[in-house]
Ligand binder design. Structure first.
Ligand code: HEM
Length: 495
């Protein structure tokens, strides 16, 4: 049984391996052919840790462990286990290896803060109203304007007889959207052939953080000397970009009440405290990164599935025509009325939740799902793409794309905590409504304007860069009803 630890007992500093948290670890299976020192590395690819874990999950069952270069973690995905670990009274977010390696980028920003850091609660309370319905309605016009830039860009590609680069363009779209709505900043992504230097620095810093997950710590300074110098330059670029942005805002005397205004000027409603300049920098980076990578992946997977399922696309398109008609600029409230489109998005996030895992730790000694003793501080990674494929919840055809799984009746019939693309509990995604509104709006606009032609030779390959993305996805567009879409007043071009 679990050893007793009191709340006063200090937890070991740094990485806590599975042996610390799971007194009956021997009952949790691991892959065969474990190598001394190296661990479960045979047949793994450091570029695809999530997809490797999915393969292991299929063979080893709803809870399993992996050891990589001496570090051992527990993964779980069975619906019963995932539901129990969602219990906030016994478990909380764990800032595990993957997230701790992001701390040089985002410090105690919302996503990477430890639960005990006072800046988490402060920033959460100050920023949460920035995601209220009212605030969301305020972002809608800017979202429409950026979507208009995307369709202008796609119209030009189409006119020139070219295919479109879906992940690249969705990344442009979502970066511009969070930058403009949150910070009144324009990266000019659609005017550039190559990614904006901020994006290049961000990708570099995220890739470096991901490499640290799989390099044995003592060897990191030796193996990663060159990359760590590049990483320092990338971090300096991120910080410079954000500092310039903040300086310009301060000089202008304030914006229109966006996230940056909130970060700079809003005091905590009870304590009157404000975010420090250092923390503002970390929050801006956090929101620019967290606010676009995951949404661009979600949109890209949805477009992939729509191109492969013309019957689903036709149904969703008919809904857009019915609900929006020829409305030049669909209003804020018109977006939530696109039920079919939202189901496509949910089903895409079920199969490929673009933030594919989140970690939970025990607040006290406990027994997970009545079966697995855990010590306080013991933790596990919830492997969301497998939770979303648990046949006991989703049926024997869980791999099949079927948006009807998200019609209201089916959702009501399902057990809670079985669909978790946005994480769980107090540390779940603060930007959920933002992402869903943006993605539903954009899919609606694209469905109304184009037919999506898939390349018959394309096989879905998934790239992993902390978040998931369909690799190399290109679509051939056909304009549905030329000149029928009215002009969008938000940016002066076609909606
Ligand atoms: C489809 C899009 C998105 C997905 C799948 C997603 C997923 C997630 C997940 C799984 C978490 C929890 C991580 C954990 O427990 O460790 C999270 C947290 C977070 N997300 Fe998102 N996210 C999305 C979009 C956004 C957007 C648009 C924003 C900002 C505008 C955002 C900002 C954040 C922040 C700040 C946190 C940390 C919250 C906290 O700990 O208080 N996300 N997200």
């Amino acid at each position: 049984m679990a050893e007793t630890t009191t709340a006063a007992t200090a937890l070991p500093k740094g990485f806590r391996g599975a042996a610390h948290g799971w007194p009956e670890l021997h009952r949790i299976p691991h892959p065969p052919h474990r190598l001394p020192l190296l661990g479960d590395v045979l047949g793994t690819d450091r570029h695809t840790p999530v997809q490797d874990s999915l393969r292991h999950a299929r063979r080893l069952g709803p809870i399993f462990r992996r050891k990589v270069f001496g570090k051992e973690f527990v993964f779980l995905w069975g619906a019963r286990l995932a539901a129990d670990i969602a219990d906030e009274s016994r478990f909380a977010k764990h800032v595990g290896l993957g997230i701790a390696n992001l701390r040089p980028i985002a410090g105690d920003g919302l996503f990477t803060a430890y639960n005990h850091e006072p800046n988490w609660q402060l920033a959460h309370d100050v920023l949460a109203p920035g995601f209220s319905r009212e605030a969301m309605a305020g972002y809608h016009t800017a979202m429409l304007a950026v979507a208009g830039q995307l369709t202008d860009h796609w119209d030009r590609r189409l006119a020139a007889g070219h295919t479109v680069d879906v992940p690249g363009d969705m990344t442009r779209l979502t970066l511009e959207t969070i930058a403009r709505t949150g910070f009144g900043h324009d990266f000019g992504s659609f005017e550039r052939d190559r990614p904006h230097p901020f994006v290049a620095a961000m990708v570099g810093a995220l890739s470096y953080a991901q490499r640290l997950n799989t390099v044995p710590s003592p060897l990191a300074p030796l193996l990663l000397r060159g990359p760590s110098q590049r990483n320092a330059a990338d971090l300096a670029h991120l910080n410079r970009t954000v500092d310039d942005l903040v300086r310009a805002r301060r000089a202008s005397g304030g914006g229109d009440g966006d996230l940056l205004d909130r970060m700079l000027a809003t005091a905590h409603p009870e304590t009157g405290e404000r975010l420090s300049p250092q923390n503002v920098r970390r929050q801006v980076i956090t929101f620019l990164v967290a606010g676009h990578e995951t949404t661009s992946g979600a949109l890209s997977f949805a477009l992939h599935y729509l191109s492969r399922h013309p019957e689903v696309a036709a149904r969703a398109r008919a809904e857009v025509d019915r609900v929006w008609g020829g409305s030049p600029a669909p209003g804020y409230a018109e977006v939530a009325r696109l039920r079919q489109v939202r189901r496509v998005l949910d089903e895409s996030l079920r199969l490929w939740p673009t933030a594919p895992a989140f970690a939970r730790e025990a607040r006290q000694d406990t027994v997970l799902a009545g079966e697995h003793p855990m010590r306080r501080g013991g933790w596990a990674l919830v492997l969301t793409p497998m939770l979303h494929r648990d046949p006991e919840v989703w049926g024997a055809d869980a791999e099949r794309f079927d948006p009807d799984r998200f019609d209201a009746k089916a959702v009501r019939a399902r057990a809670p905590h079985t669909f978790k693309p946005f994480g769980t509990g107090a540390r779940a995604c603060i930007g959920r409504q933002f992402a869903l509104h943006e993605a539903t709006l954009v899919l609606g606009l694209l469905l109304r304007r184009y037919e999506f032609g898939a390349d018959p030779g394309y096989r879905l390959r998934v790239t992993e860069r902390l978040t998931l993305m369909p690799q190399g996805l290109r679509l051939r567009l056909t304009r549905r009803t030329p000149n029928s879409a009215p002009r969008c007043p938000a940016h002066g071009t076609n909606a």
